[in-house]
Every structure is written in structure tokens, then in C-alpha cells.
Write a protein that binds this ligand. Structure first.
Ligand code: 5RP
Length: 225
């Protein structure tokens, strides 16, 4: 079992009958969805999933996990998702898979947020992983220029055909190569203030539990907020 699979399956143990569960996106979340799907099929676990991307929705449907749209549920009990970086103080960068807009909306409406990562994702400070910023198409070159002026080393994300990457909402992503982020709350607040920016990948003060995959097994850490 690889580390992503290990934490995906471990996280699925925290899901209980009757819960509304936010289902994250990415190669680690894939295993969590697979594990929940098995529990639905083999144990008769009764849950409602709220997905964070078209990819995850397709996988969950295939596995027979009952789904509802985020607009159809009153609240979400727990969201389980991957992350690209987690700092010493449990702040995160997400959006490597381009799904951070839906992921943040689902997380923000959840009572509990669990991140599942292998130990390579743990960092002292955020920033080595490029910070994804989803932008609307209109005026995106102006936003890009602003990032250049601020020396944030921006690049438009491309897909595997070398076309501009399109999110599930039909927007572009600009990745900021910041190397080290000393002041994540300041950067988040500034990005939040920009017209044309839909959402960025800084997930601050959001996670309540982290499950880290290590060679010695999964380590579960409760994060007090
Ligand atoms: C997608 C995400 C993913 O959770 C993040 O990129 C981690 O992905 P993976 O588990 O494949 O490393 O934020 O938008």
C-alpha cells in the first residue's frame, strides 16, 4: 500500500452513518473516495457525498456513493481532501489539481476538515509549491501584469495539450512562484481584494485534523482552532 492509499483508507474510517461528507480532489483523495465507496458497498454505510470537482463526482457516481449538490445540503459534517503543502502551523496550499475554488467552498461549509497527505507535503513554511490563483478570463493579462509588477513570478497554468488550463468553472489559473511565504494572511487578504481573482489556494485556519502517511503508518494529528 502506498502512502496516499494508506491515508485515504485511514481517513475513510472517520466517516460515520448519516454524515454529509465533502469529497476532495486529487490523487490522494482518490483513494479516500475509493475507500468510502467500498464501505458503502460492503458495509451498507449510509452517507451523502458533496463533491469538489467533476473528476471526483464521476468517480463517486461510478462507485455508487449517493451525492447531493452543495446547494442541497444544510451543512457538511466532514470534508476530506488532499493538500499540496502543510506548514508547521497547519496552514495549507491547495489547488495543484486546479479544484481549489470548489474545495474551499466545501471546506468552509464543513464542521470538520481533514487533510490527507504523504509526509513529503509537510514543510516548515509555505511557498515552495506554486500558489494557484484562479482568475476570470476577462482582463486576466492585467492581473498577470500586476503579479509581475509585484515580482510574484506568475505563470499561466497549461494543460497536457499545452493549452491554457481551464477550471471546472471555465476560468484560468495563474501560479505564483513565491518560494517562501512569510505572511500568508497578508497575501491571502490582498488576493481576496483583487477584482478578477476568483479564488486562491491559501487555505488558512481551516483544517481540524491532518493524517500524514509515513513508512511507519498513518499519523493522525488533531489541530485545535
Ligand atoms: C486539488 C488539490 C489537491 O488536493 C492537491 O493538489 C493534492 O493533490 P494530490 O493528492 O494529487 O497530491 O488541492 O485542487
Amino acid at each position: 500500500m502506498n502512502l496516499k492509499e494508506m491515508v485515504g483508507y485511514k481517513a475513510a474510517e472517520f466517516v460515520k452513518d448519516g454524515m454529509v461528507v465533502g469529497l476532495g480532489t486529487g490523487s490522494t483523495a482518490y483513494y479516500m473516495v475509493e475507500a468510502i465507496g467500498k464501505r458503502v458497498k460492503e458495509e451498507g454505510l449510509v452517507i451523502t457525498g458533496v463533491t469538489t470537482s467533476h473528476r471526483t463526482a464521476a468517480q463517486a457516481k461510478e462507485l455508487g456513493i449517493p451525492l447531493k449538490d452543495i446547494n442541497e445540503v444544510e451543512s457538511i459534517d466532514v470534508t476530506i481532501d488532499g493538500a499540496d503543502e502543510i506548514s508547521d502551523d497547519y496552514q495549507g496550499i491547495k489547488g495543484g489539481g486546479g479544484a481549489h475554488l470548489f474545495e474551499k467552498m466545501v471546506a468552509n461549509h464543513s464542521k470538520e476538515v481533514i487533510w490527507i497527505v504523504d509526509d513529503s507535503k509537510l514543510v516548515h513554511k509555505l511557498g515552495a509549491f506554486p500558489l494557484p490563483v484562479e482568475v476570470v478570463k476577462f482582463g486576466c493579462q492585467q492581473v498577470f501584469r500586476l503579479f509581475e509588477e509585484k515580482e510574484m513570478d506568475p505563470s499561466f497554468r497549461k494543460d497536457d495539450k499545452d493549452d491554457l488550463y481551464l477550471t471546472d468553472s471555465g476560468n484560468y489559473i495563474i501560479d505564483l512562484h513565491l518560494e517562501q511565504i512569510e505572511n500568508p494572511h497578508e497575501i491571502a487578504a490582498w488576493l481576496d481584494s483583487l477584482t478578477g481573482v476568483v479564488e486562491h489556494g491559501l487555505f488558512l485556519d481551516c483544517v481540524t485534523k491532518v493524517i500524514v502517511g509515513t513508512e511507519d503508518g498513518p499519523v493522525v494529528k488533531d489541530v485545535s482552532r
